[in-house]
Ligand binder design. Structure first.
Ligand code: ACO
Length: 367
């Protein structure tokens, strides 16, 4: 049975930065309150012309460059987002078209902030089963568009960004070693975005009632997160007969510094074993774990041979964890340039649209 290794990684955040002081000009809050209660100092916010696919494409190309893998060699793309571009088409399909991953099946997976763990596990399982060889997993968010900038309970928390992993099959042991995925729909009310679905189709009333904004019972989510994070870490470690002594890093979902602190206490682990960057990005939902991973590699923390646990929680409610042995890129015979495929992808997409248009004209005549 092949192993599923993470061989490429990339992140992208939009340039504009929104500081706590900036938010304090919009709602009654302060830099001190936000830092004290969440650990967040600033977050990046997408510009008007940037969408989840825009950020996702940048992160994906970087991940493919690290893996030295051509987009055309991808078999599967899973995009996970709490702020998808549309209900359909899937954001994954938009990214597939823009990077030129002509052979890949692409779909979206929705599990709120736990999405990246669920999606990475699904991609790893597809590789382990032998049905595919190369997969791309993307977490991408423009949650700033769903935030009520008049609600101080939520607007201080979220940021925009994207992260991506390339997973590849290899006979060498390592990569994704274990994973747990959990859900509890009885807690669905604690974290929601209700408007625009079939229960509350967009209408003047839904807009008036603010149903197109993130709504959250902060205290409830806080309690839930602190309850499940530590347990999920132990559970996934036990699956591979490991303890916290066997791992070098924990890379948690970056929602709140105090939640991570509580998990560290529960696990009796020093905080310096946790990768934390919530101060500079806020909660980027599905993108937070890959962004933290990429930064930890850049800082020389996460290295080849290290074992790490990813752990996340979010709306649904959902939570999950995963043990991974970090490997890095598989040695390749020749260099590929994934960014060049992107240029061709634009042209290819235009040509396909033109062909579809012409075919439409002919089929109208024959009908
Ligand atoms: N600035 C100043 N005061 C504030 C602010 C603010 N931004 N927000 C709330 N307050 C006030 C409240 O109104 C309350 O005042 P009151 O006592 O007069 O009623 C007081 O501060 C305390 O409010 P709490 O809600 O008790 O504050 P708490 O310490 O719980 O912190 C927070 C709130 C930061 C939201 C915290 O509960 C939290 O982080 N929860 C988890 C949220 C989370 O992780 N969500 C993402 C999940 S992942 C996903 O799927 C998207």
């Amino acid at each position: 049975m092949p192993f599923a290794h993470v061989t490429g990684w990339g992140m992208y955040v939009p340039e504009p930065v929104l500081t706590n002081d900036d938010i304090a000009k919009m709602v009654e809050t302060s830099d001190e309150w936000i830092r004290d209660r969440t650990g967040i100092r600033e977050r990046h916010i997408a510009r008007e012309h940037e969408f989840p696919s825009t950020l996702g494409v940048e992160a994906a190309i970087k991940a493919l460059q690290v893996a030295n893998l051509a987009p055309t060699d991808l078999d599967l793309i899973i995009c996970t987002s709490s702020s998808p571009e549309y209900i359909f088409p899937a954001t994954a399909c938009i990214i597939q078209d823009q990077i030129g991953a002509t052979k890949a099946g692409a779909f979206d997976l929705q599990a709120a902030c736990t999405g990246f763990i669920f999606a990475t596990n699904m991609a790893a399982q597809a590789i382990r089963s032998g049905s595919i060889k190369n997969a791309l997993v993307i977490g991408t968010e423009v949650l700033s568009r769903f935030v009520n900038w008049k609600d101080r309970n939520t607007c201080i928390l979220f940021g925009d960004g994207a992260g991506a992993f390339v997973l590849q099959a290899s006979d060498k042991p390592g990569g994704v070693l274990s994973a747990v995925m959990h859900s509890d729909g009885s807690g669905a009310d604690s974290l929601t975005l209700l408007g625009g679905g079939t229960h509350y189709p967009a209408s003047e009333a839904t807009i008036h009632e603010g149903k197109h904004f993130v709504q959250m019972d902060g205290k409830e989510v806080f309690r839930f997160a602190t309850r499940v994070m530590g347990r999920a870490v132990i559970e996934t470690l036990e699956q591979v007969h490991m303890t916290t002594n066997d791992i070098q890093w924990i890379i948690p979902h970056q929602a709140n510094y105090r939640i991570i602190e509580t998990a560290a206490k529960y696990l009796k682990m020093p905080l310096d074993k946790f990768v934390i960057n919530v101060d500079r990005y806020g909660n980027t939902s599905t993108a937070s774990i890959p962004i933290a991973t990429v930064e930890s590699i850049q800082k020389g923390q996460l290295k080849t041979g290290d074992k790490a646990v990813f752990v996340g929680f979010g709306g649904g409610l959902t939570w999950g964890a995963m043990v991974i042995e970090w490997t890095g890129p598989i040695a390749a015979k020749k260099n590929v340039h994934p960014e060049q495929y992107r240029q061709f992808a634009r042209l290819r997409s235009l040509i396909r649209r033109a062909i579809r248009f012409i075919e439409g004209l002919f089929s109208r005549r024959t009908l």
